[in-house]
Design a protein around this ligand. Sequence first.
Ligand code: NAD
Length: 418
Amino acid sequence: MTIDLHQLALATIDAAADELALDGWHRALLRRPERSISVQVPYVTDDGSVEVVPGYRVAHSTARGPAKGGTRFHPDVTPEEVTGLATLMSVKTALMNLPLGGGKGGITIDPKGLSETELESLTRSYTRAIAGQIGPQTDVPAPDVNTDARHMDWIADEYARVTGRHCPGVVTGKSLAAGGSLGRDTATAAGCRTVVHASARRLGLPADARVVVQGFGNAGAHLAAMLAADGLRVVGLSDSRGGIHDPNGLDVAAVGATKATHGSVVHHDAEVVSPDDLLALPCDILVPAALEGAIDRAQAETVQARLVAEAANGPCTAAADAVLADRGVTVVPDVLASAGGVTVSCFEWQQNERGERWSAQDVATRLSSRMECALDDLWRVAERRGLPLRTAACVLGVGRIVEALDRRELTVTHELAS
Ligand code: NAD
């Protein structure tokens, strides 16, 4: 399902602005990005010709710190989508109380057919085009759809060539050799793990609660393994080919081995279930960790879990969300449950800026403490205002941005007036 991310971001801002009774100038600043650029990105193809594609970089807000957000290479990338994603990043970093704002970038291209050399030419050219916009104290890109550590290493290197300064903090999600952080690969799963445990405790779920994880990729597979190691029973798993079920708990490591050998979890020795039936399995906790829009209204009607932790971005449609709320299912929204990645990105940036290297244990401890604090803050706001967690997350995030804006803008306004 395609979601209009720009409209979603504006609706998020408006809902929080209404709840906080914000005035016109706050709304105006929040509804539009601080800075955005459109660039032309020429790159050299393997046959020696030059292609040109459009690229974008948007810093929605730097009120709380340098803009932070991924870089997406996809044929559907538009300036509106990038702006919407940058806006949502501002809310996410504020909700996590990170010293960062929100940004996003992208190139409108299908990178699937490109060779490694073409990808490098494209990424370096994009970096030169946006070099004036990014920087460790202004706007810090990271990986997103179809980009990974290779692309981030190229960005860091090209930025150093353009500016003449070694500057690893200009980008996060780098390889370890280029200044990346330990724990980045499993950060989203590790963050969601903390959220699942802390939420389960609040709801009084048993220590061996039954979990279903939809999606067995980077986020889902690591998370399922972690939760199984913690003593929860992973009773259902799925990937794009279908799902599997074992009421006594699946051996997640063995499922991973099956997927690595045969390409899908459905080849594992367990009852095979359809994608719809997976969501309706008897369980206590459901973790959507696949695609956006993966749970619709009809599927939400069948969910038996008491807790849904959104490891994926936007997995529940608005209609599904309303159904789950009506049915008393607690939904920990993506803006928190999937925030482990950006949190460790922040740690990487902090290590680079301070010239430090933190141990894996240090990263894990700091991450779980951040996630626990954010969940506590969120739960408190939701209870105090009588809001679902998703709305409370927007209110908390937007409220923090507004506090920072007030400090900054009112100072400037007073200076101008005096
Ligand atoms: P991935 O591509 O590694 O894995 C996606 C998984 O979902 C695959 O196993 C795929 O087979 C499965 N899948 C696809 N369609 C499915 C369907 N209809 N039913 C069940 N499974 C299906 O992606 P990922 O990095 O694990 O990301 C998953 C989600 O988490 C995305 O929404 C992503 O935006 C979000 N997320 C990921 C990270 C991260 O660091 N990896 C960070 C924040 C948010």
